[in-house]
Design a protein around this ligand. Structure first.
Ligand code: GLV
Ligand code: MG
Length: 346
């Protein structure tokens, strides 16, 4: 365990100081792109205006013989575009793969000043985060980067789920965590063949009542893991996300899965197909009435202190802080979406 006094120390001489607070950033969807595909790279500038985060995927779904092309393609697209408020992330290859070290060294060396977050797959325990944490500090020092690159873990192995709490509190570099249902299903030896979502065989049967027909209700396979991940993240002030939904032909099921995770506390999900972007916006955007009320709180308490009554409800410093987070997020969304800007009154 790292002692409290050392927790926020930079891990290399000359590396930027670790963040003490999460930046307020809207991250309703982490949109995956394959950087080795030239046609897709050419569209990244437009895409960046439509999504909250563009993630260059270097790991699974990129064939082994395209790994280097994906890495250099990512560097090219990072250099060629101004991402503005849109987050720029990579999903690097797993630490036990032959590509992981060069992914980090080459990408941080070339475009580390543009990279916000590294998504680390197949995280098993705090030791995986500590390894990347130190390596990033060394590279940040070498390349004189001004701000630390954050780490986002994918929760997708049985051991990772067992260690989820220590992963969440492993480093001030932790941005958040995503559920990886496909690898997790394999790691757990679940009897499924899907990327997220439910399964028709997993459910409960109503009680026997003579000869009456019994109803069968399908249940959510991911409830336990998402709730466990949300607790670990919320307790450590980092962000929980639902991961991928692989059936692009079933937008209703995708929306149901995203909404379940939102209701349980997740702040966003991955989008692997353009049709999923609108769903994520719908599900994960702050509620219009909530934003309007939050704005009234912020307006009523210009310096954020004291107490005021609004519609019979007491507001004080603590509700002001909650309201400020909602208003700041809504402003970021309003900047890029005129319809929501009008609805929010921003
Ligand atoms: C994502 O990486 C998954 O395995 O579901
Ligand atoms: Mg995976």
């Amino acid at each position: 365990m790292i002692v409290p006094s050392a927790f926020y120390r930079p891990l290399a001489l000359g590396a930027p100081a670790p963040l003490r607070e999460q930046p307020v950033k809207v991250e309703r969807m982490i949109h995956f792109v394959p950087p080795h595909v030239e046609k897709i790279r050419a569209r990244v500038g437009d895409l960046a205006k439509q999504v909250d985060v563009v993630l260059g995927n270097l790991e699974d779904a990129v064939p082994a013989d395209a790994k280097e092309a994906a890495r250099s393609g990512f560097i090219e697209m990072a250099k060629a575009n101004d991402f503005g408020q849109t987050g720029l992330w990579i999903r690097m290859n797993a630490l036990d793969s032959p590509w992981a070290l060069d992914d980090v060294i080459e990408i941080v060396g070339a475009v580390g000043d543009k990279l916000d977050v590294i998504m680390l797959p197949k995280v098993e325990g705090a030791w995986d985060i500590h390894y990347l944490d130190r390596l990033l500090a060394q590279l940040e020092a070498r390349h004189k980067l001004a701000r630390p690159i954050q780490i986002h873990a994918i929760l997708e192995t049985a051991q990772g789920v067992m260690n989820v709490e220590e992963i969440a509190r492993s480093s001030p570099r932790m941005h958040g965590m995503s559920l990886g249902p496909a690898d997790l299903a394999a790691s757990r030896r679940m009897k499924t063949t899907r990327v997220g979502g439910g399964h028709p065989g997993y459910g409960v049967l109503t009680d026997k009542d003579g000869d009456a027909a019994r109803a069968f209700y399908q249940q959510d396979l991911w409830h336990y893991t998402i709730a466990k991940m949300v607790d670990a993240c919320a307790a450590n002030d980092i962000k929980p996300f639902y991961g991928p939904f692989g059936d692009f032909s079933d937008l209703e099921a995708c929306e149901a899965q995203f909404r379940n995770s939102f209701l349980l506390g997740c702040v966003g999900a991955w989008t692997l197909h353009p049709t999923q972007v609108e769903i994520a916006k719908r599900v994960f955007s702050p509620d219009v009435e909530e934003v309007k009320f939050a704005k009234r709180i912020v307006d009523a308490m210009p310096d954020g202190t004291g107490a005021v009554m609004l519609d019979g409800k007491m507001q004080d410093d603590a509700t002001w802080k909650q309201a400020k987070v909602i208003v700041d997020l809504a402003k970021q969304i309003a900047d890029r979406e005129p319809t929501l800007a009008a609805a929010y009154g921003l």
